[in-house]
Design a protein around this ligand. Structure first.
Ligand code: ADP
Length: 285
């Protein structure tokens, strides 16, 4: 089966030929297979937003070639259907809630797709359920009266209700409290289990480790890594900073503890530290 996304030498220059010309991507090549969850990481300004904006045709390549779901993004005339099939959930999507009720907000996309009313109802019910939203209780509420975490999930549901094949999340948990973060994380994990193809952009490597099976690391518009997150950390890419749990393990390792230096998450760190303590009696430390 052909990959869902295939970039070959993809490049993008903003405002070419003007004094404000700015190169954002250069020579980027990668593929994403159906059902994969890929993390897209790298420092601010490395080109992540520019790259994800290409995936549903908000931007078209100025160099190279990008194929998404069999369509050549540089040349396709059918951007409308591409936008229904590739759902892009922007950072803080709740800022764009505008309908009067939760139902109308989640139904907006399917209505735009001009689907029959019964199909719209079914899609709204499914999207709300996937995001753990109690539609019976929330249906007629104004989205603006909900908690920040609920607003985020309503905004995500309004993309999911288009039932896109590919979903892109830009910093999906940024700014949420721990409960909101856990609910969002669980919803995205459900989508992965359901076989959707996902791209998750985040600075939060704990989140990336929990979701993605592979990472693409951008540095200055170029692809610096395509593979395992831990291997990328071991390789010491300049744009990748270990997580606090990772830095703790590195400090312990430097102090002579037998803990690995490529730890990412808190559970991994506690496991590694407990194992090291078992091997080395506390009195020897
Ligand atoms: P990231 O999402 O990783 O922070 P961006 O894709 O937003 O990176 O930016 C990549 C580069 O493109 C940066 O140098 C940025 O200044 C530039 N850039 C982004 N958007 C625009 C724009 N609309 N016009 C001109 N330059 C832009």
């Amino acid at each position: 089966m052909a990959p869902v996304v295939e970039a070959q030498d993809l490049g993008y220059v903003y405002m070419p030929g003007t004094p404000l010309e700015q190169r954002a991507l250069q020579g980027v090549s990668f593929a994403i297979e159906a059902g994969e969850c890929v993390g897209l990481i790298g420092p601010t300004g490395c080109g992540k937003s520019t790259l994800i904006s290409h995936l549903n045709g908000l931007l078209r390549p100025t160099e190279g070639r990008l194929t998404v779901l069999g369509r050549d993004v540089g040349n396709t005339r059918d951007l409308r259907s591409l936008r229904f099939e590739v759902g892009l959930v922007f950072q803080s999507p709740e800022a764009q809630l505008f309908e009067e009720t939760v139902f109308a907000e989640i139904a907006y996309g399917p209505r735009n797709m001009r689907l029959p009313a019964a199909d719209i109802e079914g899609r709204v019910v499914r999207a709300a359920a996937l995001l753990g939203l109690d539609l019976d209780a929330l249906r007629q509420r104004s989205p603006l009266t909900l908690s920040g975490g609920e607003q985020r999930r309503v905004a995500m549901a309004s993309i999911l209700s288009m039932e896109p094949t590919v979903l892109i999340f830009d910093e999906p948990t940024a700014g949420l409290d721990p409960e909101g973060r856990a609910l969002c994380l669980a919803a995205i994990q459900d989508l992965i289990r359901n076989g959707r193809t996902l791209v998750v952009v985040s600075h939060d490597l704990e989140l990336i480790a929990a979701l993605a099976s592979r990472v693409l690391v951008l540095e200055g518009g170029r692809l610096a890594w395509n593979g395992d997150l831990r291997a990328a950390l071991r390789a010491g890419l300049p744009g990748l900073r270990p997580t606090p749990a990772g830095r703790l393990c590195q400090a312990l390792s430097a102090a002579g503890w037998a803990v690995p230096g490529d730890v990412v998450t808190v559970p991994e760190a506690s496991e590694a530290i407990i194992a090291a303590l078992r091997e080395q009696p506390v009195t020897d430390l």
